[in-house]
Design a protein around this ligand. Structure first.
Ligand SMILES: [Zn+2]
Length: 283
């Protein structure tokens, strides 16, 4: 079986970009436990360990869940403290996000070292590449936030397809750079770049396209999948929004997404990102 890395962006549905700031957080449940526990049970039944890029607010609100995740052998990664995208922050504000994440992690799971980072909404682009310096200063070994094509919200077109050390412009590799970047997996076919890496694309593209694209991408280098527990949760609240935003946020969430995750678990041999990167660097 082809090996792949599995990454879970552990956040509440209300952290999602199109729902952010639209929910009165004091009056409703964040559904983190309801959405994440069935996923943990599924991964345990399948003997699969993953990387959980977790929002610091979720660690503070659900310390027991985080301890269970770590005890089950999953890797804990950083997804900032509040899930604000990097383009809303400057270097000092980002540094504060990272420091708050470190503090809550040290309090809830002391001794666990966090080595990997994922930016909210793939907001690491050439304009926000200053974030890499902050991560290096805080001892991170790798980042997985580069989305290698332009979308309406985000993207860093022209970035390499396989793990590389990004220079100051994020796109050009620099062998001396301190951090390793693992970009989101895309299937390159001629001039087309098809994101087959998870999330919205995993919900919207036909499953045979996803499976074939991942297999083709795996010939060039290690592949990584991402998804959110709220995408698997049939109980994720439906918030009124435009038809287009509703499609992006809700299409094929719940049972349809559970089915797609199971197809991936059948097709690939998954491991946490840190472990997969170690194997990649030894080759
Ligand atoms: Zn996120």
């Amino acid at each position: 079986m082809i090996s792949a890395a599995l990454s879970i962006d552990l956040e509440s549905y209300w952290h999602a970009e199109l729902l952010r700031n639209r929910i009165d957080r004091k009056t409703v449940d964040d559904r983190v436990e309801a959405a994440t526990r069935p996923l943990l049970a599924l991964l345990s039944r399948r003997g699969v360990r993953a990387t959980f890029f977790t929002v610091g607010e979720v660690i503070a609100a659900h310390p027991d869940l985080i301890r269970e995740i770590v005890a089950a052998g999953h890797e804990l990664g950083c997804h900032t403290y509040t899930h604000r995208p990097l383009w809303e922050l400057d270097e000092a504000a980002f540094e504060e996000e990272i420091s708050r994440f470190e503090a809550v992690t040290a309090a809830v799971v002391p001794g666990v070292s966090v080595r990997g980072f994922r930016a909210p909404t793939f907001s690491l682009t050439p304009d926000t590449a200053w974030a890499l310096d902050v991560l290096a200063r805080h001892g991170y070994a790798y980042d997985s936030s580069v989305f290698p094509l332009k979308t309406p919200l985000y993207g860093a077109p022209g970035a390499p397809a396989v793990p590389y050390r990004p220079g100051p412009d994020l796109i050009t590799p620099d062998a001396d750079a301190p951090l390793l970047e693992w970009p989101m997996t895309a299937w390159r076919i001629g001039p087309a770049v098809i994101p087959v890496c998870g999330g919205f694309y995993l919900r919207v593209l036909p499953m045979p396209v996803i499976l074939h694209g991942l297999k083709m991408a795996a010939r060039k280098g290690p592949i990584v999948i991402y998804l959110h527990p709220w995408e698997l949760d049939p109980g994720t609240p439906r918030i009124a929004m435009s038809a287009q935003n509703r499609f992006i946020t809700y299409h094929n969430t719940g049972r349809a997404m559970q089915k797609r995750l199971k197809s991936l678990l059948d097709a690939f041999d998954f491991q946490p990102m840190g472990q997969a990167l170690q194997a990649f660097q030894q080759n």
